[in-house]
Design a protein. Structure first.
Ligand SMILES: Cc1cc2nc3c(=O)[nH]c(=O)nc-3n(C[C@H](O)[C@H](O)[C@H](O)COP(=O)(O)O)c2cc1C
Length: 132
């Protein structure tokens, strides 16, 4: 838990990729988020830029899990990148090397990652000032 909190403190931003469990985020992810917010008064998530995406086999591609996650993260004071990145998982989505095989999905996600990198860069001076 201490290592997790230290890694969060050093991170310029947080990218969470989630599956969907019963139309919500998996219990293990919620547990990690809760630990990051404790002890009271030492919430490691506050002010962190964040980007959410995820995939699931259903047609809505983890949309409800992400909506749930968005609500939790906003409540903890994170600064979320706008937009929606829902990906329906199909067996050929990822190739044998772990890369995204579908070109349009790859471009769709790369655009989000570029926007997120831009957000993190813009907010880095603010984050450093509040950590000092
Ligand atoms: C308890 C549980 C609940 C799930 N609920 C959903 C769901 O609400 N929507 C969905 O699209 N997939 C759901 N899934 C499927 C997962 O998103 C995932 O595709 C599947 O578990 C395969 O991934 P895994 O091998 O990492 O478990 C669920 C899976 C589990 C184990």
């Amino acid at each position: 838990m201490v290592r997790f909190k230290n890694e969060l403190a050093r991170a310029d931003g947080v990218l969470i990729v989630t599956p969907e469990h019963d139309r919500a985020i998996p219990a293990a992810l919620k547990n990690a988020i809760d630990w990051g917010a404790r002890p009271w008064g030492k919430n490691s998530w506050t002010g962190k830029p964040a980007f959410i995406t995820g995939t699931s086999p259903g047609a809505i591609g983890s949309a409800l899990a992400q909506q749930h996650l968005r609500s939790v993260m906003t409540g903890l004071g994170m600064i979320l990148l706008g937009g929606e990145a829902y990906v329906t998982f199909k067996p050929d989505l990822i190739d044998q090397h772990g890369n995204i095989a579908d070109e349009s999905t790859g471009k769709f996600l790369a655009d989000f990652v570029n926007r997120f990198a831009h957000l993190v860069t813009r907010l880095a001076p603010v984050a450093q000032a509040s950590a000092a």
